[in-house]
Design a protein around this ligand. Structure first.
Ligand code: SAH
Length: 457
């Protein structure tokens, strides 16, 4: 039976916002048909135009707020540009409301699955903007001039932008300086349609505790014209720059970095610290983007693990070993596993750099390596998991439970897979014993990170 949507595209309606989706869009229902609308908060009455009609739900755009929520934050013209770019989708909510939104998202997923578990208030940031330590900014030609900015949401149209709001302001400043140098040296911006031009992206990484900055020029060509002059001017105008790299990406793809990286100036890495450990970070390595909140997140994971110095710990999905090293200072042995081999090399190097000898790293899929360790008779006291959005593989949960650790600490970046995995762990005799603790790693965006402790019955 074909269901007819009760709304039509380009028509105008009024309605009351009932809820927020996990993406932070307001939900308005018309005859039980849901419309998702950005910049609309629960309780608000809005006039909106329908922009897209799907089979079971549609999308709309606010034309007017007839009433406004007490949770609404002021938005000025500059912020509207950010909204267009989708950089800060929750910027129209005051920060305490963003934190409640994140807690509530986990609570409602638990309730939907009939799990009676509590969720603590989200641990927020004192200054919930200017936090990102990394940027990868597209470079395009706009009206005959090389511009840096951001894509308009769901498009590849560049919106020129100089204040990115959630990035470290030193990064914003560096991007403008590099942009002006590239303009002065007449280096052509990349053109996606013709696949011609040279500069595709500017990448900047800034260390939080040290005065080091990496500038990456991502090019469509192997050679970078005027490289010497460009490097000289960057290092002169940005004395904190300790690394300039060129990364070649000549494929027509949305992936930002290509396989070849040349060092144009200084070192191939920058250094930063997390909970007292120093890390080498290369252009390609995954590194948490919010250093202030990452320290809170990791400390929480350590606290929940209840380490006393005598434990054997497994850190699954360990990346460059940031959690492993933090735990190694409070444990007897730490075993880390990660699928990306360069990250594992970094993890080993980082352990050495910090004089730690109680770490053991494996390059493998976590689900395979856990089965391997279980076969070998490894008996961890604590297992930490920090998987990507898709959550844990079922076989990993089986091997983890068979090793019978006392505690499992689950660091999650996706509440829906977390809630699924909590149920799978329950079947194996592991239950949540403390309130789930969200930690806001990504203020102004709907991303939700949390720490959950599971213990054996
Ligand atoms: N704990 C680290 C990394 C977390 S991100 C940190 O806090 O920095 C998740 C990591 O899981 C990434 O490094 C990714 O490369 C890795 N990964 C993804 N799928 C994997 C799998 N099946 N097995 C092992 N590692 C995986």
């Amino acid at each position: 039976m074909k269901i007819q949507a009760p709304v039509a595209k380009n028509e105008t309606y009024t309605g009351t916002v009932m809820d927020l989706t996990y993406e932070g869009n307001g939900v308005v229902k018309i005859d039980n048909y849901s419309l998702f609308i950005a910049n609309a908060l629960p309780g608000e009455e809005i006039k909106f135009v329908v922009t897209k009609v799907g089979k079971s739900f549609g999308f709309g755009r606010v034309l007017e707020h007839l009433t406004t929520s007490p949770d609404r934050a002021e938005i000025d013209a500059k912020d509207r540009k950010l909204a267009q770019a989708g950089i800060a989708p929750l910027q129209h909510m005051v920060y305490p409301a963003q934190l409640r939104f994140k807690q509530h998202q986990i609570e409602s997923l638990l309730a939907k699955n009939k799990l009676e578990l509590s969720v603590s208030e989200t641990i927020g940031m004192e200054t919930p903007y200017h936090y990102r330590n990394k940027a990868q900014i597209p470079v395009r030609n706009v009206h005959g001039e090389l511009e840096t900015g951001f894509y308009r949401q769901h498009s590849h149209d560049l919106v020129p932008l100089t204040d990115f709001y959630i990035q470290d302001p030193r990064i914003d400043k560096a991007i403008v300086i590099v942009r002006d140098i590239l303009r002065a040296e007449n280096v052509p911006a990349y053109d996606e349609k013709t696949h011609k031009g040279i500069i595709r992206n500017i990448m900047v990484r800034q260390s939080y505790y040290e005065k080091e900055m990496m500038i990456g020029l991502i090019t469509n060509s192997h050679t970078l014209p005027r490289a010497k002059a460009i490097v000289e001017q960057i290092s002169e105008q940005l004395p904190e720059v300790t690394s300039i790299i060129q990364n070649v990406n000549n494929r027509p793809t949305n992936v930002i970095l290509g396989p070849i990286t040349n060092v144009l100036y200084g070192e191939p890495v920058i250094h930063d610290s997390l909970l007292g450990n120093r890390f080498e970070i290369s252009a390609q390595s995954f590194y948490q983007v919010n250093p202030v909140q990452t320290e809170k997140l990791y400390q929480l994971a350590i606290d929940r693990a209840g380490l006393t110095g005598s434990e054997t710990v497994i850190d699954a999905y360990c990346g460059i070993g940031t959690i492993s090293l933090a735990m190694a200072r409070h444990a007897k042995d730490v075993y880390g596993v990660e699928v990306v081999s360069t990250a594992v090399e970094d993890a080993k190097k980082n352990a050495k750099l910090n004089g730690l000898t109680n770490l053991h790293f494996a390059t493998n899929k976590a689900e395979y390596q856990m089965a391997e360790w279980q076969k070998q008779g490894l008996k961890p006291d604590v297992i930490v998991v920090d998987p990507p959005r898709k959550g844990l593989d079922e076989t990993l949960i089986e091997s983890a439970a068979e090793m019978q650790p006392k505690k499992i600490v689950y660091v999650s970046c996706n509440p829906s897979t977390l809630v699924r995995d909590i149920q799978r762990f329950a079947e194996k005799g592991y239950h949540v014993t403390e309130p789930i603790q969200p930690v806001d790693q990504f203020p102004q965006t709907p991303h939700i990170e949390s720490v959950t402790l599971l213990e054996k019955d």
